[in-house]
Ligand binder design. Structure first.
Ligand code: GLP
Length: 243
């Protein structure tokens, strides 16, 4: 628990930088990082970019896998997660373009695309650190309530709550929010060696309570992390209101 969203974000960014630097990645032995989008990681990305600019952190031998992507909007759409990642992180760091992996929602066969993604993660040696946010209803990536806790990458229909929640990124227009997405599964995230969740603000208080103190179950998919050997949830004071 950190007092504010900036201090919680700085804690997470420093943890990520420390993990990458301690690992001393090389081309043969890259650091594999799972990444989220949304408003929660924004400040973390700002700090990571700052560390990079200060010469404290390089992404030259870091391979990233984003956790999800909308289906039905083009890659260059302002609200695609592809655009988000380049705007807020990839364009400002020294990551090699071929090392920044995102799910491709324009693939003709989405099931094959999901399998390709799982295979690419495995080929990279598995995810060493997965950073995640949490939805107000306790979802992780786009693993909406009801998702199997052993799910792998696949197409998911978004819950109505998520569509309404994410309308803020589409000029408040619920109808423009895509209704489906490609997402890594809960099982995919559980396979990561370490998972770090960031949750800030009072609108995450219920998800934080259900995820940490509630029982493990598919109605709050972040709760699966209670069974992970190496997972932490970093929150600000406001997000602890229901604990
Ligand atoms: C979306 C994303 C999740 C994210 C969640 C919360 O549903 N798929 O990965 O955790 O939004 O978003 P925010 O951080 O904007 O609250």
């Amino acid at each position: 628990i950190r007092p504010t969203a900036p201090s919680a974000s700085l804690y997470v960014a420093s943890l990520i930088a420390a993990r990458i630097n301690a690992f001393s990645p090389t081309a043969e032995r890259p650091f594999v990082l799972g990444l989220p989008t949304g408003s929660s990681p924004l400040l973390i990305y700002k700090y990571l970019v700052a560390f990079h600019r200060e010469g404290k952190l390089s992404f030259k031998h870091v391979i990233t896998f984003n956790m999800d992507e909308y289906i039905g909007i083009p890659r260059d759409h302002p609200q695609s997660y592809h655009t988000f990642m380049y705007t807020h992180l990839f364009s400002h760091i020294d990551i090699l373009p071929e090392n920044a992996h995102l799910l491709d929602p324009s693939a003709a066969d989405l099931e094959a695309e999901a399998e390709r993604y799982e295979a690419a993660i495995a080929a990279a040696g598995g995810i060493r650190l997965f950073l995640a946010g949490v939805g107000a209803d306790g979802h992780i990536a786009f693993n909406e309530p009801g998702s199997s806790l052993s799910s792998r990458t696949r197409v998911k229909t978004l819950a109505n709550d998520t569509i309404v929640d994410n309308a803020r990124f589409f000029d408040g227009d619920v109808d423009s929010v895509p209704k489906t997405a490609l997402t890594v599964g809960v099982g995919t995230i559980m396979d990561a060696k370490e998972v770090v969740v960031i949750a800030t603000g009072s609108n995450k208080a219920r998800a934080v309570r259900d995820g940490i103190e509630g029982s493990i179950g598919h109605l709050c998919t972040i709760s699966a992390l209670q069974m992970h050997r190496n997972a932490i949830v970093v929150v600000d004071e406001e997000a602890t209101a229901e604990l």
